[in-house]
Design a protein around this ligand. Structure first.
Ligand code: ADE
Length: 418
């Protein structure tokens, strides 16, 4: 079996981590039973490009139970847990191509090793598999039934392909399911970003000015958790509606140029490029810390910062100091890559449980419906989303009410008024 990982000897350590996470993933455990019996992915090859973490390992376990032949590579050069990659290869026997800290060349070689299995289904986190298939591996398109996408940035790329009329096969936007983005993006990114910030710096957040760039679901989570630690949170936005929501949540909302002068910590979660750039670096305080939890490492203009710096040095693991000619220092965490996955362990298993239940059920749905679908970006079917919410509540021992027949009738009628 072909693979490329750091050290197969780490499999035992990986096993402990994967099993520990699985205890926190009750919905996936339930799906494992269902997939083992029904085999919805039988005779299908599935190529996945995801963060190689203990949570992803458990998703691979379900997909394998469902009968899929798998190959997995990393969706970010810094997010791989090498011991988990070893478990995937040695124990689960899934060809895995991922090494924490791999360079860009290796990253793309790994992507192509996954594509070499000639997948019938693709599963992406950031749309790099899709992008490679649409540019350099078009000969694979004929074998592909459909795919799924995990994250906001990936869905944006897919919608661009769809708008240009060149999307070559149907893809489900898993990110947009309610049981994904309302939980994973908000509580997952919120908690794990603060976790990454603390592991990389051990900073006291109480009383600090934390500037959150972007008030989408991820930004909301980061802002909420930073405030919970006593930080004075400032939001920077470009969308009036999001800015208004932030104001009414009680946050200070400022243009970034103003926030840049007073912030202690800056966290980008916008999905866009060069959010923090030279005009901001020029006015930042000595000791300012810059981090990103958006998918790609483009949100902080690092080449511009490097250009302005007279010297650079590693201050701590995942924390680099840029010394400016005027004597100020600006610190960059995790090379401007996803802070929560590079310096911490990504979202907790309990929230990935719902995201990956969506992935597993959507893979099965595409396998059975794919031939009837058009070359479009599809939402997650509503019944899948609702089922996951119900299963999650059930796993938490929470029961809820249901409508009486009288209430059902009232809601479906129009006659009764004032
Ligand atoms: N994305 C964010 N957190 C993650 C995790 N723990 N595993 C896989 N993908 C993730």
């Amino acid at each position: 079996m072909k693979s490329d990982i750091k050290d197969a000897g780490l499999a035992k350590q990986g096993s402990q981590r994967v099993e520990f996470a699985y205890q926190e993933m009750p919905v996936l455990r339930l799906l494992e039973e269902r997939f083992s019996t029904d085999k919805p992915l039988k005779n299908l090859r599935l190529g996945a490009c995801l963060h190689v973490t203990s949570e992803t390992a458990n998703l691979m376990r379900i997909l394998k139970a469902g009968g899929a032949e798998l190959a997995l590579c990393a969706s970010n050069p810094l997010s791989t847990q090498d011991d988990v990659a070893a478990w995937l290869v040695k124990e689960l026997k899934v060809p895995t191509f991922a090494i924490k800290g791999e360079d860009s060349n290796t990253y793309y070689q790994h992507l192509n090793s996954v594509l070499d299995i000639k997948p019938n289904l693709t599963m992406d986190d950031g749309a790099d598999l899709v992008s490679e298939i649409h540019s350099r591996r078009r000969n694979l398109i004929g074998d592909i039934i459909g795919g799924s996408e995990e994250t906001t940035t990936g869905v944006i790329r897919l919608r661009s392909l769809e708008r240009q009329g060149v999307l070559a096969y149907p893809i489900i936007a898993v990110n947009d399911a309610d049981t994904k983005h309302l939980f994973d993006n908000r509580y997952g990114t919120g908690q794990s970003t603060i976790d990454g910030l603390l592991r990389a710096t051990n900073l006291l957040l109480a009383g600090r000015k934390v500037v959150v760039c972007g008030y989408g679901m991820c930004g909301r989570g980061v802002a909420m958790r930073a405030r919970g630690m006593g930080a004075r949170v400032i939001i920077c936005e470009v969308e009036p509606l999001c800015a208004l929501e932030a104001v009414m949540e009680g946050y200070e909302v400022l243009p970034l140029m103003e926030a840049a002068k007073i912030g202690d910590v800056f966290i980008t979660v916008t999905g866009d490029k060069h959010v923090l750039r030279s005009e901001h670096f020029q006015v930042m305080k000595n000791g300012a810390m810059l981090a990103n939890s958006g998918h790609f490492d483009v949100e902080i203009d690092l080449p511009a910062l490097a250009e302005m710096a007279k010297e650079r040095k590693v201050a701590r693991p995942f924390c680099e100091e840029f010394q400016m000619a005027d004597g100020r220092s600006i610190f960059v965490l995790a090379e401007g890559r996803l802070l929560n996955l590079a310096a911490a362990e990504g979202h907790p298993a309990n929230v990935m449980d719902m995201s990956f239940a969506n992935q597993a059920l959507c893979a099965a749905w595409v396998a059975s419906h794919g031939q009837t679908l058009e070359r479009k970006v599809y939402p997650v079917p509503k019944d899948i989303d609702r089922e996951i919410a119900s299963l999650k509540l059930h796993s938490m021992g929470i029961t809820i009410d249901s409508l009486t027949p009288e209430q059902e009738k009232y809601l479906s009628s129009w006659e009764a008024g004032t």
